[in-house]
Design a protein around this ligand. Structure first.
Ligand code: FMC
Length: 265
């Protein structure tokens, strides 16, 4: 007997085909720190949403507006309610990404932020990387197959034309919930073949994958992890200047994607 005809599956395939072939309309930019977000908010003249569509009391902040043909939303997880610092890291970024995708139904996610870079892999302060793949470096589960789940390796949305046409470096990103790097993290980062290291990317990629939204990752280097300076000092010293470099790169990417569909990127 022939298998029953499954229309729902066909529709889904058609829908995803047409989604990647129609011009990108809504873009969701996930940014962990206010210092990284504000230059872009100014650049695109976005305004802060007042009537939050998110649960009452969450610190998440949405900046939105229209730029060219794009409906742009920058989501920042806001300040920790108790401690008053930016809610960086994987837990807040994955929650924020989930809620934002559900509410805003974006065609594309851009996770933009700062990162540590490895000079042994060619990274310098101020470099901006377009990420080719992401993985975690602090989820060690030494049981067969769970080990791979822990690493959570994911390819990012393929964007050969952005790479060809814009002057961005390309590299792999490794994510963990610490700014510093212990020896175990170091060997996982090495195993992940990463050029840059952050605290959100692989978590955003997990949610994007779960909800089937294409995602790209733009990471600007604030500190050289395998250099001589202490990470914290170097990160704070370079944050503002590198946020400006990040703004320029994200603006370039936004200009590039305007009027294009995912399949053209
Ligand atoms: N290691 C991990 N994360 C970062 C980093 C480093 N060397 N430099 N900059 C970052 C990013 C993280 O993704 C956080 O959002 C923030 O900057 C540091 O708390």
């Amino acid at each position: 007997m022939a298998p029953p005809h499954d229309d729902s599956k066909l529709e889904t395939a058609d829908e995803s085909l047409s989604a990647s072939n129609r011009p990108i309309s809504t873009v969701l930019i996930i940014i962990a720190m206010q210092t990284e977000a504000l230059p872009l908010v100014n650049k695109f003249q976005l305004s802060q949403a007042v009537d939050s569509v998110f649960p009452k009391g969450v610190p998440w902040v949405r900046y939105h507006g229209t730029y060219k043909d794009l409906n742009i939303n920058i989501m920042w997880p806001g300040k920790d309610a108790v401690l008053g610092v930016d809610s960086v890291g994987t837990v807040s970024s994955s929650l924020l990404t989930y809620a934002s995708v559900q509410t805003l139904q974006p065609d594309l996610i851009i996770n933009a932020g700062t990162a540590g870079g490895f000079k042994a892999k060619g990274a310098c302060i101020g470099d901006v990387f377009l990420v080719s793949e992401v993985a975690f470096h602090d989820r060690r589960i030494p049981i067969p197959v769970f080990d791979l789940y822990g690493v959570g390796l994911r390819q990012t949305c393929s964007t050969p034309n952005i790479l060809k046409d814009l002057n961005l470096k390309v590299g792999k990103l490794s994510t963990g919930d610490s700014l510093d790097m212990c020896p175990q993290d170091e060997s996982s980062i090495f195993a992940n073949d990463a050029t840059v290291k952050d605290m959100e990317g692989a978590a955003v990629a997990y949610v994007a994958d779960l909800l089937k939204v294409p995602a790209v990752f733009i990471k600007a280097v604030t500190d050289v992890v395998d250099g001589d300076k202490p990470t914290t000092e170097e990160f704070l010293e370079n944050l503002a200047a590198v946020a400006a470099a990040l703004e320029q790169a994200v603006a370039q990417v936004i200009d590039y994607i305007n009027g294009k569909c995912i399949a053209e990127l």
